[in-house]
Design a protein around this ligand. Sequence first.
Ligand code: COI
Length: 347
Amino acid sequence: MKIKKIEKSNLSNIDFDNLTFGDVFTDHMFVCSFKKGEWTNPEIKPYQPISISPSARVFHYGQACFEGMKAYKDQNDKIWLFRPKDNHDRIVKSSERLAMPGIPEEIFMKGLLKLIELDKDWVKPGLGNSLYIRPFIFADQASVIASESDEYKFMIICAPANTYYTGDVKVKIEKSFSRASKGGVGYAKAAGNYAAQFYPTILAKKEGFQQIIWTDSNNHEYIEEAGTMNLFFRIGDTLLTAPTSDSILDGITRKSLIEVAKKEGMKIEVRPIKVSEIIEAQKSGQLKEIFGSGTAVIVLPITGFGYEDKKYDLPKIKNPFSTFLKKKLNDIQYNISDDPFNWRVEA
Ligand code: COI
């Protein structure tokens, strides 16, 4: 791998106490090209703009997908990744759906580990601090013919991160727009899945919500996921989450929380969830919590939701499951506790 280091780090210019998610990037980036049927030329270079033809297919047909992962620093300054192989597996799955070549695990991991080694001072210790890592693949062949590209770039960029949302998060259960349909690309981390959500989310924001809860595209009867998160509902003392499908992202935080909850002996059901069930549980006082899960947010309590012109507030309860599960997961991620699942990988 070719490595060109930055001449002077940008680190001292960063106000780590006032980071907004995803605005600041570390000193280096990893780039690898796909040409003539193979991944070639892996290199790390200073973070910088890239040059790309205006006719590159990514701009016209959205042939692109990405991953979100995090590195955490423990009290002894060791850096840990959380289930990186799962991110690699998922980007390969997403790539396949978008007719893009899968990035080999060796290139993905070598690039990732070297990048973190070079930018290790950007990973701050302390609960809540992390390095958000964004691997992505896009079609950069110059041609507007509407078919899959023969050329791609795989890149990894990293952003120091703290919280994703500041303030309360309320969600709207959506009945008009859809995120994904059967047989579509909903399970893939396709760039276009996110772009398609922006407009309905802008409308929801005008009504006082920060995100949307997507429902199935057939009848808007079943809960799917939220804009940047999978979802958990607590009814009584039982946790519910929807099974993954071709319209729901197979969230790594989601499946980790399911395993942690099971290990802790919590009641958890992975099954289709009807919107009507949530509304009834809210009306009967049995709906105790809703929370989102995702790499960026980890576990995010939701304080209220809207459905069909009605707004509902969730109760403020003592010892929420969301806090308990977030702590259990963070303890593993920050090397505070044992890791009975073997999820941590030292960087
Ligand atoms: C993540 O949690 O990593 C995501 O991919 C959500 C992102 C769109 C911020």
